[in-house]
Design a binder for this molecule. Structure first.
Ligand SMILES: Nc1ncnc2c1ncn2[C@@H]1O[C@H](COP(=O)(O)OP(=O)(O)OP(=O)(O)O)[C@@H](O)[C@H]1O
Ligand SMILES: [Mg+2]
Length: 288
């Protein structure tokens, strides 16, 4: 059986807890994520997605319950060292990670983490090169200031700065937001490759077609609570649960609902929809 990478046990997080400004982020969330799986987190704005992944990454301590990441436990009582232990064992690509670039050159920015760990120069050079190549960063811009890059290039540099640490768990908060479709596709392809190489991936995303095709698991957040955790196909065909949580199913499911006879197993990709429609049309022609 696959080992557990992450476990949440009745986890709640309240912002400004204990003050008059207290506001609930997530409530009573329980789940496990197996090592090596690819989990997508979806849900409408304000549903608690970022709050949830901040807890996985050890950036905040739960107000109630217990978070366990790679065997390290975190509760309200945990100290800074315990929190740092979790932070060091996961890679976290924030929403708009380019805001965190700070070094004089792209190369130095990506090399920052490895230098802090005291790796040898040869190892640093090799890993930085590999990380920049992984994200397809243009080779002639390695020595450029991050400030002189396009938004998409800045994003790639920031992602390389996380990959260079070779994290066992990689968390990404809407990594394709603001990227053009080519850059998005390349990034999503890279995530598939990392997943195949055994990295545990957790991604907040709105690309439901991609989720349907590539994620092993999906978690739906709604109103600070976990509304569903399981296989994407099961969730996307549950129109009621999706609607209740204000998330539209993938386009293929929506079109399938309109175009296919009731009771048909709904397609999750446009390819699958096209095949089903072609079969229907052929059957129709034969009837005439
Ligand atoms: N810094 C904060 N201070 C107070 N409340 C916050 C803070 N950040 C988030 N919240 C509250 O926590 C709840 C969950 O927010 P969260 O940012 O986790 O949602 P999200 O699903 O990531 O939304 P989005 O899709 O917009 O990024 C919301 O009700 C929000 O108002
Ligand atoms: Mg968010």
């Amino acid at each position: 059986m696959a080992q557990t990478a992450i476990e949440f046990n009745s986890v709640g997080y309240t912002y400004h807890s204990g003050t008059s400004l207290a506001s609930s982020g997530i409530r009573d969330v329980t789940f496990t994520i197996p090592s090596g799986s690819f989990t997508a987190i979806i849900g409408q704005t304000g549903s608690g997605k970022s709050t949830l992944v901040n807890l996985i990454a050890g950036l905040s301590k739960p107000t109630t319950g217990e978070v366990t990441v790679l065997g390290q436990s975190l509760t309200k009582q945990s100290n800074k060292a315990q929190q740092a232990g979790i932070q060091q064992s996961v890679g976290y690509v924030f929403q708009f990670p380019e805001h965190q670039l700070f070094a004089n050159t792209v190369w130095d920015d990506v090399a920052f983490g490895p230098r802090n760990l005291g790796w040898s120069t040869a190892k640093i050079n090799q890993q930085v090169q590999t990380a920049l190549e992984q994200v397809n960063f243009p080779t002639n811009r390695y020595q450029q200031s991050p400030l002189e890059l396009s938004g998409g290039q800045q994003r790639l540099a920031a992602i390389a700065g996380v990959l260079v640490m070779q994290p066992q768990i990689l968390i990404l908060d809407e990594p394709t937001a603001g990227l053009d479709s080519g850059a998005s596709q390349r990034l999503l392809l890279l995530l598939n490759q990392l997943h195949q190489a055994g990295v545990t991936i957790i991604m907040i995303t709105h690309h439901l077609e991609y989720v349907a095709e590539h994620a092993d698991r999906v978690m739906l957040m709604g109103d600070g609570q976990l509304q569903f955790a399981g296989h994407p196909q099961e969730l996307f065909r549950n129109a009621e649960l999706m609607k209740h949580n204000h998330v539209l199913p993938p386009a293929a499911v929506q079109l399938g609902q309109q175009l296919l006879p009731p009771g048909t197993n709904l397609p999750l990709s446009l390819n699958e929809l096209a095949k089903k429609l072609a079969t229907q049309l052929k059957a129709g022609e034969q009837d005439e």
